[in-house]
Ligand binder design. Structure first.
Ligand SMILES: [Zn+2]
Length: 113
């Protein structure tokens, strides 16, 4: 999947991400009742504030956007490119400037024989 992510979008998808990793994926989380946390995340509604999600989970890992993984700049939105499947899938998050630079390589390469 390729999608745009922001703190707000991460908060809005935290319940399904939690389910994918900790329920469907079976990855435990230090003595936490993963089903109870999932129920509480769903109960926050479709667009919870990131802080609400952090309070339920007790950590910020589901709402932290981080910086572009190429240039390390912080942005309000990044494109997330996912690879792999299930609980073990990984993502790379890139800013618009780095994606523009990457896209330009296709354009440049078309000019060459
Ligand atoms: Zn970047």
């Amino acid at each position: 999947m390729i999608r745009i992510v922001s703190r707000e979008i991460l908060a809005a998808t935290a319940a399904e991400e939690w389910k994918r990793i900790h329920i469907d994926g079976g990855i435990e989380r230090g003595g936490v009742d993963v089903n109870d946390v999932h129920r509480r995340l769903v109960a926050l509604g479709k667009n919870p504030h990131p802080k609400e999600v952090e309070d339920v989970i007790g950590a910020r890992d589901f709402t932290t956007l981080g910086s572009c993984m190429h240039c390390d700049r912080r942005r309000k939105r990044l494109v997330e490119i996912e690879f792999g499947v299930g609980a073990m899938c990984e993502q790379v998050r890139l800013c618009e400037a780095c994606l523009d630079e990457a896209k330009s390589l296709f354009t440049q390469s078309q000019l060459q024989p």
